[in-house]
Write a protein that binds this ligand. Structure first.
Ligand code: PEP
Ligand code: MN
Length: 344
């Protein structure tokens, strides 16, 4: 664990807030870091104008942070929440072993796909109902809450029976019929950013869920398509920083789908903490080389333990930043009701 800085004067700007990233050697040889404060309490007027179509997802005087309750947990409530598990639910042994391991290493939520969106329609599509039942047994055994993807509006009530959080995958972020059905299930929704979706597109989908009576939306940055092909996607850190600044919804980072390579996952996880994310979604498998999907980006158990241990000092910094006094600038009042515009 890191110790506190000996002097706090450096790095404070005119506002009195810590504004610079500091790394220096302590006399005893331990290192001390100070992160920039994130998640400003104000939303600049021009952001309000840019995202005027989705006013309810933006911070306001009335709502600065949504806290999503999931079993005995709160997402967005201060505790950094790690969701971990295999890409696909494969076997009882695979799932139980992973659940027990990630719980011991500090994860609070078990992930695993029972309905899998795949690039090829001939690849493994998931176990469906059998997979959901395995997830429910894993919850019972481990005490972890369950997040799993729903791909079709026809499956929403079935998946909602077994899952604590419904995941909307990147390929379905703009499937509005699915979003409406998922919203009406009453379950919290983990809304993954579409691989070619802008931040405005993501917020529009979140707004639709709110409009359908479900306030429990968790945004997820999982990387976007760019010209870069060395990584599976391009991890949009700025999106995390911006979303934390303008939206009251919790933001989760998925470094696994962003990177596509397991050796990059721990560093992207670290960056996500520094950017202000409320938690992580990480793929973990007992034997990644034998995984039925996304093995290349899945951590094995030792890799997950290492990642979690590496995050420790960053968690301590996160706590310190969170304890700084909030900015005393006034918030812009709520906007008048928006006018609906036709969008393509
Ligand atoms: C997943 O979480 O396994 C998944 C398929 O994610 P995405 O929709 O982001 O590709
Ligand atoms: Mn996956």
């Amino acid at each position: 664990m890191l110790t506190g800085p000996t002097k706090a004067k450096a790095g404070r700007g005119k506002s009195g807030l810590i504004s610079t990233f500091w790394l220096r050697r302590m006399p005893c040889g331990s290192r001390s870091l100070i992160l920039p404060q994130n998640g400003a309490q104000t939303v600049r007027q021009d952001w309000h104008e840019r995202f005027a179509e989705t006013p309810d997802v933006l911070k306001s005087e009335l709502l600065q942070q949504t806290v999503v309750p999931v079993l005995d947990l709160e997402i967005g409530g201060g505790e950094f929440i790690t969701m971990a598990g295999p890409c696909s639910v494969e076997t009882e042994f695979q799932l139980m072993a992973t659940a027990n391991h990630v719980r011991r290493a500090g994860a609070r939520i078990l992930r695993g796909g029972a309905f899998k969106p795949r690039s090829s329609p001939y690849a493994f599509q998931g176990h469906g109902l059998e997979g959901l039942k395995m997830l429910a047994r894993a919850r019972q055994e481990s005490g972890l809450a369950i997040v799993t993807e729903v791909m079709s509006e026809d499956d929403v009530s079935l998946v909602a029976e077994y899952a604590d959080i419904l995941q909307i995958g990147t390929r379905n972020m703009e499937n509005y019929a699915l979003l409406e059905a998922a919203a009406r299930s009453g379950r919290p929704i983990l809304l993954k950013r579409g691989m070619v979706a802008t931040i405005a597109d993501l917020l529009r989908s979140a707004q639709l869920i709110l409009d359908n009576g479900n306030p429990n939306v968790i945004l997820c940055e999982r990387g976007i398509r760019t010209f870069e092909t060395a990584t599976r996607n391009t991890f949009d850190i700025a999106a995390i920083a911006l979303l934390k600044q303008i939206s009251h919804l919790p933001v989760i980072a998925d470094p696994s789908h962003a990177a596509g390579h397991r050796d990059l996952v721990p560093v992207l996880a670290r960056v996500a903490v520094a950017a202000g994310a409320d938690g992580l979604l990480v793929e973990v498998h007992p034997n990644p080389d034998k995984a039925w999907s996304d093995g290349e980006q899945s951590l094995d158990f030792a890799g997950f333990d290492e990642m979690m241990a590496d995050l420790d000092p960053w968690m301590a910094l996160r706590e310190r930043v969170r304890s700084l006094p909030a900015r005393a600038l006034p918030l812009r009042p709520l906007l008048e009701p928006r006018s609906m515009e036709a969008v393509g």
